[in-house]
Design a binder for this molecule. Sequence first.
Ligand SMILES: Nc1ncnc2c1ncn2[C@@H]1O[C@H](COP(=O)(O)OP(=O)(O)OP(=O)(O)O)[C@@H](O)[C@H]1O
Length: 144
Amino acid sequence: MDVIGVSFLDPLDDYELVHRIGSGTYGDVFKARNIKTSEMSAIKIVKLDPGDDITSIQQEITMMKECKHKNIVAYFGSYHRNTKLWICMEYCGGGSLQDIYQGKSDPVIVNAFRCTFGLHYLHETGKMHRDIKVPYQSMNALRH
Ligand SMILES: Nc1ncnc2c1ncn2[C@@H]1O[C@H](COP(=O)(O)OP(=O)(O)OP(=O)(O)O)[C@@H](O)[C@H]1O
């Protein structure tokens, strides 16, 4: 079973695991530090057993690799070592977009996010605002 486009080197030569962030469908996700650059990373570690269907995980890797944009989580690379697949990506410490959407985050973040809905409205109505400000008050659920 070969996952395409992964390294067979030891990921622990490049990354130091800091702590476990959580777990998802495929395995645990760890916060990690790049040993050379000190850059923080999130690493998904997936246990692969012989005969496992790797189609979905391969799709996830391919999708991450293809998406290169400053506002999309960056893909750093993957390793297949022993029976584990390590998928390394940019660490996003701000919580999930769903938390922000539901107003469960820092008021500045929630309100900055709310502003993007305002921008959408302005663009739809053909208007441009050149001095958007972020309010710092209510934590009501977002209106959109
Ligand atoms: N790049 C990241 N930076 C910070 N935390 C992350 C990152 N990717 C995942 N996490 C966190 O790790 C945990 C597991 O994420 P994972 O993507 O494996 O599963 P999920 O999104 O919770 O569910 P599913 O596997 O069904 O998509 C979640 O708490 C998630 O917020």
